[in-house]
Every structure is written in C-alpha cells, then in structure tokens.
Ligand binder design. Structure first.
Ligand code: NAG
Ligand code: NAG
Ligand code: NAG
Ligand code: NAG
Ligand code: NAG
Length: 370
C-alpha cells in the first residue's frame, strides 16, 4: 500500500466514500408517518427529511411473521420519493400498546427469532423499504435484555448476508428506544449489541410528564429540568451516552409534534407548575392535541403562547385550558443540542401532526443545516 501511486489512491478513496455513503446513514433528519394519522403519503413533503419511518408493521404472535395494516405501505417508498428521490424509508415494527406484546416471546427462542428476521427482511425488500426499525415498547427484564441482544446480533448477520448474496445495499437497522427511566428501566437495553449492530436508535425523550394524576401543569418534554427530575438532556447525555455508553453518533433525539392539555384551577394562574386538576382538552376536542390543532387553538381561539428557555418547552393557555408542547423555538433548541453533542440527528413523532406549511419539519431541518 505504501508505494501506491496517488492517482490510484484517489480513485480508491472516492470509491470507498461512495460505497460507505450508500451503505450507512451519516445524518438523520427523520420523521415517523403513522398510517392512521389522516395524512396521505402523497401529501408528505419529503424534502424536509433524510429518513421516513412507515409505522407500524405488526408481529403475528403465532407465525412470527410481519403483517402490514394498510396497502399504502407497499407504495410508500415510491410515493414519498416523488418529491425527494434520495429520502430513505424504514419499515417500523411494533409501536406502543398492543403492538409490542409479541416481542418478548418471539425473542425468547431462536426458531421464532429466525422466523421474525427472515420475514422482516423479505417484507422490507418486497415492499421497497431501505431499512427496518424495531419499536419494541419496552424490553423490561434481564431475559428481555439478553434476548434482544441475541436478536440484534442475528438480525445484523442476516442483513449482511442478504446484502452480499443479493448484491443490494444492506438494509438499515434502527430502533425506537425509551428516553427516560421515568418511562421504563433503561438498564434493560443491551447497549453493547445496540452499538455493534444498529445504524442508530431513536431516543423517545417525550411523554416525560403527562396530566394523569398531576396536580400541576408540567412541560411534557423538557430538554432541561433544573428541578433535577427527568429531561431530554438527562435521557440522552446522562443515560444513553454516559451511563449506557452508546456513542452520540448512534443516537437521534425525539421531537414530539403534539402536546398535552391540562385543566387549570385558576385561569389567572397559568405558568409552568401552576395548580391543575389533570387532563383538559382544546376546542378541537383532544387532550393530546397535535401541533396543527395547538396552532389553531392559538391562532383561532386566542390562546396565549409562551416559550420557556430554561426548560426548553412551549405552553399556551386560554381560560382554564393549558397545553404544554414544542413550538419552533423548542424544536430549534433541541436540534441545536443534538448538533452540539454530535448526535446523528433527530426524528419527529409524528409528521401528520405538523401544520399545513410543514412548519416544525422545516424548522428542524433548517436548524440542522445551519
Ligand atoms: C422464555 O423461555 C423460558 C424457558 O425456555 C421460559 O421459562 C420463559 O417463560 C420464556 N419467556 C417468555 C417471555 O416467553
Ligand atoms: C421455539 O418456538 C418454536 C415455534 O416457534 C417451538 O416449536 C419450539 O418448541 C420453541 N422452543 C423452545 C425451546 O421453547
Ligand atoms: C454531557 O455529559 C458530559 C459528562 O457529564 C458533560 O461533560 C457534558 O458537558 C455534557 N454535555 C452537554 C451538552 O450537556
Ligand atoms: C421558566 O419557568 C420557570 C418556572 O416557572 C421559571 O422559574 C423560569 O424563570 C422560566 N424561565 C424563563 C427564561 O422565563
Ligand atoms: C401557511 O403559510 C401561508 C403563507 O405564509 C399562511 O397564509 C397560512 O396561514 C399558513 N398556514 C398555517 C396553517 O400556518
């Protein structure tokens, strides 16, 4: 090698760069599309994203095969690539609630793991996805941790093998993971196998404080928390980087495109941590309103909005209704934090919550590029 002439070196280097930029993600401006959100894939402005997650495929607990809930999954990639031919798509598997219930049993047995892995690769390829995204909410025992580690080792090996035998670029492999011990015990994630096998993980640093049983208003997804309680920073830097030891460039920070509504005790006492009586609802009727409905509460119903940079949260209120959420300033601050820490990027849950002008998606993308 040491005597190789420089023109060959240059060509070799260029080839390596081309190959590696095809095979791996070096930045993630991500967003989940949820099939039941009311947003038709043909209306997605994919120019704001490098990666779109199509959610959710279900795991059949009897066969350990994937099933797709809607025919639009099959055309998702070609549809979103119409306005951004380079956007990559990942099929997301599982999700909150019942979506994740078959995972512990599937991961517990090598026969069922192989069935799941084979099905996931076959379904991804035959529907033109560029990758797979595991949304197991949540591994919650030492057995789950061991089994998830085995699953990730075997999954990566199968993906590499499929790529070499088909000659295709390897499928991307990502996961959505909890962002706080407030949500689930993070010690049950197999950090080493995640680092070795996954392209990156999406850290869900939201839903940290919700109205259920809360006697006062709260920032639902604060980046910082001077009270010492949970925050995005604690989840990302404190837990995932410093405690679990996963490198920053394997982590993407979550941006919630929704908020939570509280009911205030007193309409004149409307700050953070003002007395509240639990969940409220905005005129659109929702207690977990998406961003576009929150903007309508502000623009059409006269709610006052406030950005608090200490916590990095927005909130708005009208009468005794109070909503904690993320607006453009919170989104920019979180994306800048991701850049400062050297994270691979960010992701939104979920893009159907953005307003008609793609305000939050554009804000996040612009902050990342700036
Ligand atoms: C995993 O398998 C072991 C024995 O092989 C069994 O005792 C355990 O209940 C299983 N756990 C799950 C979640 O299926
Ligand atoms: C693993 O699961 C398969 C079916 O998925 C079953 O036939 C087999 O008995 C299981 N093995 C163990 C050790 O539980
Ligand atoms: C992340 O944590 C490390 C170790 O505690 C600390 O030195 C660093 O300042 C933190 N970074 C940010 C952006 O808070
Ligand atoms: C954010 O809210 C807290 C709690 O009310 C307050 O102490 C702090 O001063 C606020 N930060 C800013 C920048 O207004
Ligand atoms: C979108 O942008 C247009 C032009 O700036 C503006 O008139 C409209 O109110 C915006 N819509 C929303 C939902 O913000």
């Amino acid at each position: 090698m040491k005597t190789m002439a420089s023109p060959s070196l240059n060509i070799f280097t260029i080839l390596l760069i081309l190959l590696s930029s095809n095979a791996e993600a070096d930045e993630v401006k991500g967003g989940y599309w949820y099939y039941d959100s009311g947003l038709d894939p043909s209306h997605i402005d994919a120019t704001h994203f490098t990666h779109l997650f199509c959610a959710f495929a279900k795991l059949d607990s009897t066969t350990n095969q994937l099933t797709l809930p809607s025919t639009s999954f099959s055309t998702f990639t070609q549809t979103v690539q119409q306005n951004n031919p380079s956007v990559k798509t990942l099929l997301s598997i599982g999700g909150g609630g019942e979506g994740s219930s078959p995972f512990p049993a599937m991961a517990n047995n090598s026969t069922s793991r192989q069935a799941f892995i084979g099905s996931s690769i076959q379904v991804a390829r035959s529907n033109n996805f560029h990758g797979l995204d595991l949304d197991w909410e949540y591994p919650s025992s030492d057995t789950d941790k061991t089994n998830l580690g085995l699953l990730l080792n075997e999954w990566r090996a199968a993906i590499a093998q499929e790529a070499s035998s088909s000659g295709n670029t390897p499928l991307l492999l990502s996961a959505a993971v909890a962002g706080s011990n407030q949500i689930t015990d993070l010690q049950y994630y197999p950090a080493e196998e995640i680092t070795n096998n996954m392209d990156w993980v999406n850290v869900m640093v939201y839903d940290l404080f919700v109205p259920d049983g809360a006697g006062s208003t709260q920032p639902p997804a604060p980046l910082y928390n001077p009270t010492g309680l949970f925050s995005g920073d604690q989840g990302i830097n404190g837990s995932w980087i410093n405690q679990l030891g996963v490198p920053p460039n394997k982590l993407a920070i979550g941006l919630p495109f929704y908020g939570y509504a509280w009911t205030l005790v007193d309409a004149n006492d409307h700050g953070l941590f003002a007395p509240g009586t639990g969940a409220g609802s905005i005129p659109s009727g929702d207690s977990v309103p998406v961003y576009s409905d929150i903007r309508s509460f502000i623009n059409n119903d006269g709610a006052q909005s406030v950005y608090n940079s200490t916590y990095v949260t927005d909130y708005c209120y009208s009468g005794t209704t109070w909503v904690g959420y993320d607006d453009t300033q919170s989104v920019s601050a979180k994306v800048n934090y991701a850049k400062e820490l050297g994270l691979i990027g960010y992701f939104a849950w979920q893009i159907g919550g953005d307003d008609d002008n793609w305000t939050l998606s554009k804000t996040a993308s612009d902050a990342w590029e700036s």
